[in-house]
Design a protein around this ligand. Structure first.
Ligand code: SAH
Length: 233
């Protein structure tokens, strides 16, 4: 069985945990002294560790040599999904994290219904990214950034924008070997042609994802899966 993965603030020989991670270890995994786990720092390093003491709500671990985790794709995948209604971004962040996305930047677009994201929702998305990183064995905890206006995006080296009326298709794309890929997808009501033109000028290629219209929470995952399948696996 795979060892439980524990996110720690810092790697070191002795690690003392309290708070949410200790709670998880004590009350969900019910660890006892002697239990082996893997600790990781969310920045690319992990180490094997053993629980050496449990007292009250504190867990003490003894950790071995840190080593780099090799589960990160060679391309840095940055996903820019439009702000979506309800809880739909939670699914995008969860599955996107499993697929290797390293940064999520929700976009405020012309037709986005929600225009902002509250603190609580942002924190929840960050928690989902942490959990997905742990569960999928990633070295990095993907970042979830504050929403940004589409008009404030910077030029990119390689970028795609999913657009049902685009002519380029995924199968013909020449993906870069290394570096970053920026992937943009639209809100429930789609992008305006002005927005697509603006993105094109910033270096994003409009891309067609097939003759079926995908839901706004499916399209960003198709882009992320394509990047993962073609360059990241
Ligand atoms: N009625 C809208 C569709 C919105 S679907 C329109 O005509 O644009 C929500 C988002 O998912 C779109 O903005 C686009 O980014 C993406 N999307 C859905 N289906 C797609 C497809 N077949 N090809 C490319 N992008 C697609």
């Amino acid at each position: 069985m795979r060892l439980p993965r524990v996110l720690v603030p810092e790697l070191g020989e002795e690690i003392r945990l309290s708070g949410a991670e200790a709670h998880h270890l004590l009350h969900v995994l019910r660890v006892k002294p002697g239990r082996q786990v893997v600790v990781f720092d969310g920045l690319g390093l992990e180490a094997e560790a053993e629980v050496v003491a449990v007292s009250g709500s504190t867990v003490t671990l003894k950790a071995g040599q840190p080593r780099p985790v090799e589960t990160e794709p060679p391309l840095e995948i940055i996903l820019y999904p439009a702000l979506l209604k309800g809880d739909k971004l939670a699914d995008v962040v969860r599955a996107g994290s499993e697929l290797g996305v390293s940064r999520f930047v929700p976009l405020v677009t012309e037709r986005s219904v929600p225009r902002e994201m509250g603190r609580a929702k942002l924190e929840r998305l960050r928690r989902i990214a942490r959990e997905a990183a742990k569960q999928s064995g990633r070295a990095l905890v993907p970042k979830v950034e504050e929403p940004r206006e589409l008009t404030r995006l910077e030029p990119v080296g390689f970028g795609l924008v999913a657009h049902p009326r685009a002519s380029a298709s995924l199968s013909r794309l020449a993906w870069p070997q290394t570096g970053q890929v920026a992937l943009v997808s639209g809100p429930e009501g789609g992008f305006t042609e002005v927005e697509v033109e603006h993105l094109r000028k910033l270096g994003f290629t409009p891309i067609y994802l097939g003759p079926r219209i995908l839901r706004a929470e499916t399209a960003p995952l198709v882009l992320a899966a394509a990047a993962a399948a073609l360059r990241g696996l």
